[in-house]
Design a protein. Sequence first.
Length: 174
Amino acid sequence: METKIYTGSPYPLGATYDGEGVNFALFSEHAEAVELCLYTSSDEEEVTKFKITEKTHQVWHIYLSGIKPGQRYGYRVYGPHDPSQGHRFNPHKLLIDPYAKAISGTVQWDDALFAYTIGDDDMSLDTTDSAPFVPKAVVIDNKFDWGNDSPPRVPMHQSVIYETHVKGFTSDTS
């Protein structure tokens, strides 16, 4: 299936699969540009990247049709590199989606993971690509098949609602 690009929605944050594609949304107050990078299922190879151009209330968003659960991804975020002001944007570093519901792989410790050059002061900018050493976020399908289950449909006037303190309601067997 061919991937088509749409503006998407700023919410919910993270990657949301809807059965036909995925909405990606990432908050960044100071970013100047964001790229969505897609990876193979083995997490090794970047398949493609998309420049996210839509931004609503500091949330960058894009919708890609044809993307399915299991897709690995990460972000490259561009912005000011001014550590004295708390800004350490470095597009050479692949970022895990902070709203990801699943990740694949483990961190492989390497100097490339650091935003600054090891051996230099921490104000420097390291340009080594970190992608081979970081886990990737994974798109999941949040839908749950409830089968034949259905709400009880008991009218409120016939319902009894209990409120209890767990500790006080737990038996002490000591």
